[in-house]
Design a binder for this molecule. Structure first.
Ligand code: NAD
Ligand code: ZN
Length: 248
């Protein structure tokens, strides 16, 4: 019997279209807490009160205060070995795309070139009136929501609860999930839909599912073929090593 690590590595080597679906867990070791951790920013700013489109529209100034705090935390964060391991797989020609629910830009900062941002990117903001997208300039922080040159209110260019997922990201992610023969799920609790549907779609089409998580999730019993338990900053580099060993 081969162990889950070997099974996962063999699936990646045999796979023609390998994708990764990542969530907040992959960035925890970069110092960005996920929604579930008991301490940190989400305690001060409960997501259901600050990360909904209704909360934003009701009081943009109040919600921007939280986004500036979050922005400061994101600018301090750097990619960790988990992000770098996925980039290494990409550079070896073994990973087609990373679909991420994260808004922290860390896959890009790790050199990943095929990132499908399912929930947008907090380093940018978008005008609610003219849709112009510009970088978020932390130095221009005031107590008010930033304004566009057209006078419109700027919103962080992220998908808030109640927002639609950007059409292009949905199309690209659906296409990648439908064609994948291996999916590496990393650090997502499988609770936020429709992102959580992507590995399920792939599984229905026959994909082999690798899950790298600290603990079992709703995916584990339902669709996971190889569960790699532990922090992604350890399990993903180990997985890359196991792939390299087979290839040597
Ligand atoms: P989640 O917080 O619901 O779940 C995170 C999962 O990662 C949990 O299962 C947890 O056990 C696991 N985990 C924690 N540390 C880990 C580690 N070191 N290695 C591997 N796994 C680890 O996150 P979610 O499913 O991504 O859903 C939350 C939503 O909030 C997402 O849609 C995302 O857009 C947003 N969010 C983003 C960030 C970010 O950009 N970094 C941070 C928090 C929340
Ligand atoms: Zn505008």
């Amino acid at each position: 019997m081969t162990n889950p690590l070997q099974q996962a590595a063999q699936a990646i080597v045999a796979g023609k279209h390998v994708i990764a679906v990542t969530g907040a867990g992959i960035s925890v070791e970069s110092g960005i807490p996920d929604f579930r951790s008991p301490s940190g920013i989400w305690n001060t700013y409960p997501p259901e009160q600050y990360a909904t489109i209704d909360a934003f529209m009701a009081d943009p100034d109040r919600v921007w205060n939280m986004w500036y705090d979050l922005g400061a935390m994101l600018s301090d964060a750097a990619p960790n070995p988990g992000h770098h391991a996925l980039t290494a797989l990409q550079d070896m020609g073994r990973l087609d795309a990373v679909i991420t629910q994260n808004i922290d830009n860390l896959h890009e900062e790790a050199g990943c070139t095929t990132v499908i941002e399912y929930h947008g990117n907090a380093k940018h903001m978008r005008c609610l009136d003219c849709q112009r997208v510009v970088p978020l300039d932390m130095d221009k922080r005031t107590s008010k929501a930033p304004r566009c040159t057209c006078g419109g209110i700027m919103k962080p260019d992220v998908v808030l609860f109640g927002d639609l997922i950007p059409e292009e990201a949905v199309r690209a992610a659906d296409h990648a999930a439908e064609n994948a023969d291996v999916v590496i799920i990393v650090g997502t609790s499988a609770t936020v839909y429709p992102a959580a549907q992507l590995p399920i779609t792939a599984k229905h089409n026959g994909a082999f599912i690798i899950e790298c998580n600290l603990e079992a999730t709703d995916f584990t019993a339902r669709i996971t073929d190889a569960f790699l338990e532990g922090p992604a900053g350890t399990t993903l580099p180990t997985l890359v090593e196991a792939v390299l060993e087979i290839l040597q």
